[in-house]
Design a protein around this ligand. Structure first.
Ligand code: BGC
Length: 465
């Protein structure tokens, strides 16, 4: 087989046809419903206990922290009402080994960073009460109340012992208290829920919050009494008022039983070699943590067949995750000539013109597949909730940085919904989100405080709140 023939074969495997998009989306709808049913399914569909829609009139001052993949962000947000806000924030780089280190080290690192931030922001000012904080924790965490989050499993390469199965709020609160920092964690928030609420605070036509980043996920508002798995668990005040409920879908776990996704041998290898095989099948095909790895595995496969980088030592490329997503993203952004310098500088590998063109085209295929598969979750939520128009607030490195992601995603949505109008008139669009982990966390903390002041519940019958 020639390199060109191998590429043609890969191209076929990575291409997602409109028919396949429809098949995946239809299966997705039934999986979303299954996740809300009493028996449950692959997709966790976690009720996030945000029980009202923001109006834009919320006011107050809140702290927020966002534990992302590479940074911890601490934010002081002032909600001014009238859909306006101001904020100040600081980033603290998460030391690499901490992703797979000890639980106490993680909580102490967060508490130390928060303490540092509070000292900078408030100096020696005497505070009358503890500062309310919204904790954006972007991993699947079950919630029986707004201030609880029992980690189901780590994703995105995190693997810290003794956290799965535990409520992360008391773990963090204990570390905060040990530093005598005057802060109380009042809400635990997924980044998608934060994105949904922050964007809705500013734009009432927001219908969902989406992250296309290191991981992938979406959140939307359902109605409490339409969620079978909450039957018998809802306090009367929630049941009686037709309350909305933000759902953190955790749809990165879609199709873990592999019924419809067109997985390639590269996707299967990524899964097998990951800390949690058998989990997050969908996410592992489309999210930023994995896109560079897909490219690397394809190239290694070609190399093993003596089709590419002939007679060269490619050791640096044989290191797992040697290419992060900025590789395919930058390669697509520039032309094939950029590949020459990139491969020489990063891996000491020389490339021929044919190789460079093929690497460039592979990046195009990987990015296109990611965008097309990514919108199946979006389309499924629209179908489930009968949304025929609205804004899907979107954030994350893939959405913000991967070339053409948005156009490709819109094209795929059109393949599913067949609007057949000019792209600028598509009724459902992905738009750049407001700052979910800062503003979203603040708005959610504010909505929670309001409910508690009005003696309304923010959790199940059994929860303490
Ligand atoms: C996590 C989600 C998160 C998403 C985007 C996934 O790996 O499970 O909780 O929303 O990444 O950050």
């Amino acid at each position: 087989m020639s390199l060109q023939e191998a590429f043609e074969k890969t191209k076929k495997e990575l291409t997602v046809t409109p028919e396949k998009l429809n098949e995946i989306t239809n299966h997705f709808v039934s999986e979303l419903n299954k996740g809300l049913s009493k028996t449950g399914g692959n997709i966790p569909m976690i009720p996030g206990w945000v029980l009202s829609y923001p109006t834009g009139d919320e006011t107050g001052e809140y702290l927020a922290i966002d534990l992302g993949g590479t940074n911890l962000r601490v934010v002081r947000v002032t909600l001014l009402g009238n859909s306006k806000f101001t904020y100040e924030s600081e980033k603290y780089a998460i030391p690499g080994p901490m992703r797979t280190g000890k639980s106490e080290d993680l909580w102490n690192f967060i508490a130390d960073s928060l303490d540092d931030f509070v000292k900078i922001q408030y100096g020696s000012a005497k505070l009358n009460s503890k500062l309310p904080l919204g904790f954006t924790f972007s991993y699947p965490a079950s919630q029986n109340a707004i201030n609880e989050g029992i980690l189901q499993r780590w994703t995105k390469g995190f693997d810290i012992e003794n956290v799965e199965g535990h409520d992360v709020v008391p773990l963090l609160q204990k570390a905060i208290d040990s530093k005598n920092t005057p802060v109380e964690v009042v809400a635990l928030i997924n980044d998608t829920t934060g994105t949904l609420v922050a964007s809705k605070y500013c734009d009432p036509s927001t219908i969902m919050g989406l992250i296309f980043g290191t991981g992938c996920n979406g959140a939307y508002y359902d109605i409490c009494k339409d969620i079978p798995k909450l039957e018998g668990k809802l306090p009367n005040d929630i049941l009686n008022d037709d309350s909305p409920m933000a759902i953190n879908c955790e749809y990165g776990a879609f199709d873990n039983e592999w019924a419809v996704l067109p997985r390639t041998k590269y996707d299967i290898q990524i899964d097998n070699e990951s800390p949690r095989p058998g989990q997050q099948y969908y996410e592992k095909m489309i999210a930023g943590y994995y896109l560079g790895e897909v490219l690397r595995l394809i190239l290694l496969d070609y190399y093993s067949q003596n089709l590419i980088f002939k007679n060269q030592d490619i050791k640096p490329l044989q290191v797992p995750f040697a290419m992060d997503t900025s590789f395919p993203s930058r390669i697509e952004e520039h032309s094939a000539t950029f590949v020459e310098k990139l491969f020489l500088d990063s891996f000491n590998i020389k490339t021929t013109e044919e190789e460079r063109n093929i690497i460039h085209d592979l990046c195009l295929l990987i990015g296109t597949r990611s965008a097309r598969l990514s919108v199946c979750g979006v389309a499924a939520i629209c179908k489930k909730r009968n949304y025929t128009s609205g804004h899907c607030a979107s954030d994350g490195s893939v959405f913000n940085k991967y070339p053409h992601f948005k156009e490709r995603a819109h094209e795929a949505l059109n393949d599913i919904f067949q609007w057949n109008t000019d792209p600028k008139d598509y009724p459902i669009t992905l738009i750049h989100a407001e700052d979910g982990s800062g503003v979203g966390a603040a708005v959610i903390a504010c909505l929670t405080e309001k409910r508690l002041l009005a003696n309304k519940s923010v959790g199940t019958i059994d929860s303490k709140l």
